[in-house]
Write a protein that binds this ligand. Structure first.
Ligand code: GLY
Length: 438
């Protein structure tokens, strides 16, 4: 079967890796990702957001199914364009991708369908109302652009913003600059807790969840520094996380199932991957946001654990026959290697050495992200460079292996050594216990 994967990063490399042995793989990517290039029988280098050009390539190659990696082409209607030329997709239509691309749509869906796990929120289109609201609102808030901003638009009081007065100024900036494509801004209640991710396969009607994972957005060890695209993530062998109960996980999955039903009533049925970012609060899981795609790095935790062939899962998504999906009962740790200076002044253009053979020999895996293969070697582009993933019977075992594998990457790069370590995980457990007991 000819399958096209759209996207350029480590997430898409992990998708390709999960599919490659069972399909004739094609890729459409904006950079020459060395990992994807090695797996694909053919690829085209081009802007993934030019959805008609992607559809043209798919038609020309006789593609029978497409899997869409990133959110931006989904927001531009890549699935509609591919379906119009007869290519079924693992990815939502432009209309149902609004669950990620339009945060006011998402919050309204929760309100209209009385879905659990929502937060107090307001959507604003003028400064007077923002100002009046924040002068009287007593809790700290989070300010979010309504549309896509590549993960860079959200600001939180106590983190990026000093207080709710500071939030006023930022909310005005978001609205005035039409950040994310909307002259609106969302202000939400800030929820305190531990963040976690559940990714799920969806066929429009049925939803099958994957093991939970926890990302580490801060650039530096000890959760210090700027928020990044994610510096690493881990998952545990029972599909839960060390600070989470089975009930917390099940409650979060129920929220996602209710969302899937609501989307089908409101717009086109949602087919593809639904990524739920939750905050585990004193009152259970609260939905922070949805993404209409796999997480990055979280895809690198769960995809290598798939026991059911990925192609069978993809076919079931497209056919609407999704049932059981099996995963290895193992823990996983992924660490992102990033350029020195990342995220604010990243080294770009430099060549790094990646001893892929040594990484694989010890049982770990490398997934290439924002690098390209040049004559001189693997070249940094300034964003996250590669994800190193390992599995084990315990998180500690996977972490040790991932850390050892990171030693086989040389150059002007760094990574967070603390992702998946016993001390950091204990900090998460203690934090959750403090929240529950106070
Ligand atoms: N891990 C964050 C994201 O995928 O958006």
């Amino acid at each position: 079967m000819k399958v096209l994967v759209v996207g350029t990063g480590a997430r898409e490399h992990a998708i390709c890796d999960a599919l490659a042995k069972d399909v004739e793989l094609y890729a459409y990517m904006s950079k020459n990702n060395p990992g994807i290039a090695k797996l694909a029988v053919d690829y085209k280098k081009g802007d993934e957001g030019e959805v008609e050009a992607v559809a043209e390539y798919a038609k020309e190659k006789g593609i029978e199914m497409a899997v869409i990696g990133p959110e931006s082409p989904l927001g531009k209607g890549i699935v509609n364009a591919l379906e119009a030329v007869g290519v079924p997709c693992v990815g939502p239509s432009q209309e149902s991708a609004r669950i990620e691309t339009d945060k006011s749509f998402m919050r309204k869906l929760f309100a209209d369908y009385e879905i659990d796990g929502s937060l107090t929120y307001r959507v604003f289109d003028n400064y007077e109302d923002i100002s009046a609201f924040l002068d009287t609102y007593e809790k700290d808030v989070v300010v979010k652009p309504v549309g896509l901003t590549g993960g860079k638009g959200v600001k939180i009081v106590g983190d990026h913003l000093i207080d709710n007065q500071d939030a006023k100024a930022y909310a005005k900036e978001v609205m005035d600059n039409v950040m994310g494509g909307f002259a609106q801004v969302i202000i939400e209640e800030k929820v305190v807790g531990e963040e976690f991710t559940i990714q799920a396969f969806c066929d429009g009607e049925h939803l099958v969840p994957m093991p939970a994972a926890q990302d580490h957005p801060h650039a530096f060890e000890g959760d210090q520094g700027l928020i990044t695209g994610g510096m690493g993530s881990y998952s545990d062998k029972n599909g839960l996380l060390p600070f989470m109960s089975q009930k917390d996980y099940d409650d979060a999955v129920e929220i996602m199932k209710a969302t899937l039903k609501a989307i089908a009533k409101e717009t086109t049925p949602y087919k593809g991957i639904l990524y739920g970012q939750f905050m585990l609060s004193k009152d259970g899981p609260k939905l922070i946001e949805y993404n209409a795609r796999f997480g990055d790095p979280e895809a690198m935790n769960v995809l290598p654990l798939l026991k059911t062939p990925m192609i069978d899962v993809c076919k079931a998504i497209v056919d609407g026959t999704l049932d059981e999906v099996e995963f290895e009962d193992k823990a996983s740790v992924c660490k992102y290697i990033v350029p020195d200076g990342y995220p604010d002044t990243p080294h770009a253009g430099e060549i790094i050495e990646v001893d892929e053979e040594a990484i694989e020999d010890i049982g770990a895996k490398v997934f290439y992200a924002a690098v390209s293969k040049e004559e001189a070697g693997i070249q940094l582009s300034g964003s996250r460079a590669l994800g190193i993933t390992a599995q084990g019977k315990t998180i500690a075992e996977a972490e040790k292996l991932a850390e050892e594998a990171c030693g086989f990457v040389k150059g002007s790069v760094y990574h967070r050594r603390d992702v998946g370590t016993k001390d950091l995980i204990q900090k998460r457990i203690d934090h959750m216990n403090d929240i529950l007991n106070n």
